[in-house]
Design a protein around this ligand. Structure first.
Ligand code: CTP
Length: 409
């Protein structure tokens, strides 16, 4: 997708550099249009290096390409971050005395603004009236946040964090192909208690599962995210999303309870959570102390129920059940072979397999998923950021859904 990132002259321009990077990492073609004032904060070389595209600020550059309107016409989304009080006023009035102004008038794409200014300027009736005008025209607004401003003062006026602006951009760009679909996604890894302070766990961070939940919600689904020990910073990416409800589960038994309760009202269930296959028999009531033992303790394990297999056995008509598998394998062939065997054992409609190892798969931002369908066919490989992998997974799920032109007969 083509994104124009307008940058106006505020100190928060430095944060827009991070935003530009996030948008590029999402795979978008990003064109930065700074105002002359913005260039006093961050220069052209930085914008060009980060966006990987030429940066011009004047309507008199590249006149042959009719650049003053071409960018706006090509854009799928225009973001203005930071949007100063002055730029918001110009937008409200429809002024076009720079390249950003002409771009904004020429575009039919959605526009997202991230205001940034001092609290007094933000609260001024003129700014509020301009914002109301823009909102009335369908302009989307993210922030501003409350907090420390440039000087020692604090209050509302801080530009939203780049990650929050990128999240809104993703939502605006996402297709609405999952609208109305009720989806349950489990994420993270279960912890099986040994005593009140210790557990058996695994290395799943929950990043891939959270990305799967977010991608579905951005595409219109109503999502129940069942989070098993997902790190707060990862969960922060979805908190406050209007279409995501989060429920927590600690152990496999808790996850089973929450997932089975939610599955009854879900058209799609995606089990990305790493569920412990075994739990400790006879969890100690109190902390196990070294001084109470003459020898190292022996942990007796009992098998946990296979939640996914249970979901498949009780699948409602038309329900799509998706499993995940993290495997160590020496080759792609071996990985697919493990995947096919697991797909059959679980009976799922789709299995996403990824390769893990001591240094691969966990706590990283990127992933490669191999997709195996209900007939054991390898139907694709999706890779990139965990969000890109999640979108690839949803493309495959959407194609399997009843009524899809690509759905199996
Ligand atoms: N799963 C589950 N309940 C379990 C174990 C796994 O629902 N008790 C789900 C996971 O959420 C995942 C899929 O099954 O979607 C595959 O998990 P995995 O741990 O790879 O499966 P296992 O059957 O435990 O196979 P392995 O012996 O390779 O661990």
């Amino acid at each position: 997708m083509v994104i124009v990132l307008g940058v106006s002259g505020g100190i928060a321009a430095y944060k827009a550099v991070v935003l530009a990077r996030l948008l590029v990492e999402d795979g978008h073609e990003v064109h930065v249009v700074p105002t002359d004032d913005a260039l006093r904060f961050v220069g052209v070389p930085t914008w060009e290096a980060i966006s990987r595209n030429k940066v011009t600020t004047s309507v008199h550059d590249d006149v042959a390409e009719v650049r003053h309107v071409a960018l706006g016409q090509r854009a799928d989304l225009v973001i203005v971050a930071p949007a100063t009080a002055n730029t918001l006023a110009k937008m409200a009035a429809g002024l076009a005395d720079n390249l950003l102004g002409t771009t904004l008038l020429a575009t039919q794409a959605p526009v997202l603004v991230a205001p940034a200014m001092h609290t007094e300027m933000w609260r001024h009736p003129a700014t509020q009236a301009n914002l109301a005008t823009l909102a009335g025209r369908g302009v989307h607004v993210v922030g501003p946040d409350s907090g420390r401003l440039t000087g020692s003062d604090s209050g509302p006026g801080r530009m939203s964090e780049p990650a929050a602006i990128a999240a809104r951009a993703r939502r605006l760009l996402a297709p609405g192909d999952l609208t109305g679909l009720r989806v349950l996604v489990s994420a993270g890894g279960t912890r099986e208690p040994i005593d009140p302070v210790r557990f058996l766990g695994n290395r799943s961070s929950g990043r891939q599962g959270v990305a799967v939940a977010l991608a579905a919600a951005d595409r219109g689904a109503e999502v129940l995210l069942v989070a098993a020990n997902v790190d707060g910073s990862v969960l922060g990416e979805v908190e406050g999303h209007p279409s995501i409800r989060i429920e927590s589960a600690g152990s496999a038994a808790e996850l089973q309870q929450v997932v089975e309760a939610g599955a009854g009202t879900s058209e799609v269930v995606v089990m990305t959570a790493a569920v412990a296959d075994y739990r400790v028999a006879g969890v100690a009531e109190g902390k196990i102390r070294k001084e109470d033992a003459d020898a190292p303790p022996v942990l007796h394990l009992v098998e946990n129920p296979d939640i996914l297999a249970g979901l498949v056995a009780r699948r409602r008509p038309g329900q799509t059940v998706v499993g995940f598998a993290a495997e160590t394998a020496d080759s792609e062939e071996e990985l697919l072979d493990f995947g096919r065997r697991k797909r059959r054992r679980k009976g799922v409609d789709l299995l996403a397999v990824n390769r893990v190892g001591w240094n691969a798969g966990f706590e990283t931002a990127t992933n490669t998923l191999y997709l195996i369908d209900g007939e054991d066919r390898a139907i694709g490989r999706v890779e990139g950021t965990k969000r890109a992998a999640a979108d690839g997974l949803w493309d495959a799920v959407a194609a399997l859904r009843p009524g899809s032109p690509a759905a199996p007969a």
